[in-house]
Design a protein around this ligand. Structure first.
Ligand SMILES: Nc1nc2c(c(=O)[nH]1)N[C@H]1C(S)=C(S)[C@@H](COP(=O)(O)O)O[C@H]1N2
Ligand SMILES: [Mo]
Length: 331
């Protein structure tokens, strides 16, 4: 049994739903347009294959022999690791609904088939190609890193991710010199992800990094968590972790990685550009237009703690942003 109680520390998060999104949804409903789309939400289970649970089960993951990977001790925490029962039931994954951070996201995501899964590598690369996820994972040296994770909604957690540095995939992809950004895209499959039947968000979920950011040692592609292949709600089978930035930059369940000359416009920037920008570096001194970023709630311990500049990773990344006057680095 699950009883959901709203706690005071969740308030900034509920405030985080873009008003314009709610407004446009209300308009759609008022016009009688959104109803058919919303009707799909409850029916998600019925349109999935009978063996959906098995195809989404990390215990059947073909790369599970690679876990647990050796921990890289260069990455240390100043706080306890968040228990998986908490972090694994507190997920932002809007493809599975905006009633986020509850058991329902994990349950719905569990039915997402993990294989077959291919990743398209395209744009400004020597040889565009589509590669099976297992071929990518087995071409990389997996390691475990303990990272802090700070959502723009002012909650945080600390997670043992397994994966490989983004820079390893970049050199493997052999980008051309014209590539200035790396753009990552999540799957689109409304049969699996109920919210993709709606008109509220401009799917696919997209975000990106500069090449300098992507090749910084901290930028990490995640394939596993807690010493095993990642359960789907964490963004299996491939998700980004850029711990010095707000969590929305960390694209989940990636199917396409493009090397591009133009700065990508992320899904949140498209939806609410006044509040969510390209850089999104964590900074306690720069408030979100609707709430303070000075402190955050650790969802594991329940404690409130001061937010750190670049989420505590300034030593590694502050240099990336020298000489960038005029850029909105912290939204
Ligand atoms: N495809 C996709 N990626 C996504 C999101 C999403 O809704 N869809 N949410 C983002 C946000 S806002 C956060 S905070 C993190 C949440 O990661 P977690 O659920 O593993 O904590 O994923 C990010 N990546
Ligand atoms: Mo987030």
């Amino acid at each position: 049994m699950f009883i959901r109680r709203r706690r005071s520390w969740e308030l900034p998060e509920s405030a985080a739903t873009p008003e314009s999104v709610y407004l446009s949804r209300r308009n759609l409903l008022g016009a009688g347009v959104g109803l058919a789309a919303l009707a799909g939400l409850g029916g998600a289970a019925s349109i999935l294959p009978a063996d959906a649970q098995a195809v989404g089960d990390p215990a059947t993951d073909p790369t599970k022999d690679l876990y647990p990977a050796k921990r890289n001790d260069a990455f240390t925490l100043d706080r306890p690791i968040t228990p998986e029962e908490i972090s694994g039931n507190y997920n932002n994954f809007y493809e599975f609904g905006s009633e986020r951070r509850n058991y329902q996201i994990a349950d719905l995501a569990a039915r997402m088939p993990r294989r077959p899964w291919t990743v398209k590598i395209d744009g400004l690369v020597e040889q565009p190609r589509e590669v099976g996820i297992d071929d990518i994972i087995r071409a990389m040296a997996l390691e475990e890193r303990l990272y802090r994770h700070r959502c723009v909604e002012a909650w945080s957690m600390a997670v043992p991710w397994t994966g490989f540095p983004v820079k390893d995939l970049v050199s493997w992809a052999r980008p051309l010199s014209g590539a200035k950004y790396i753009r990552m895209e999540t799957f689109v499959n409304p049969k699996v992800a109920p919210a993709q039947n709606g008109f509220v968000y401009p799917w696919p979920y997209v975000d990106g990094l500069t090449m300098a950011e992507a090749t910084n040692d901290l930028a990490f592609f995640v394939t596993g968590v807690y010493g095993k292949p990642a359960p789907n709600q964490f963004g299996a089978p491939l998700r980004l972790a850029v711990p010095w930035k707000y969590g929305f930059k960390s694209v989940k369940s990636i199917v396409r990685i493009s090397f591009v000359a133009e700065r990508p416009v992320g899904l949140w920037e498209q939806v609410q550009g006044r509040e969510y920008g390209f850089w999104a570096n964590v900074n306690p001194a720069v408030s979100h237009p609707r709430w303070s970023q000075a402190s955050e709630r650790d969802i594991g311990t329940g404690e409130r703690r001061p937010t750190l500049i670049y989420n505590g990773y300034g030593e590694q990344v502050a240099g990336l942003y020298k000489d960038m006057a005029g850029e909105k680095l912290f939204m």
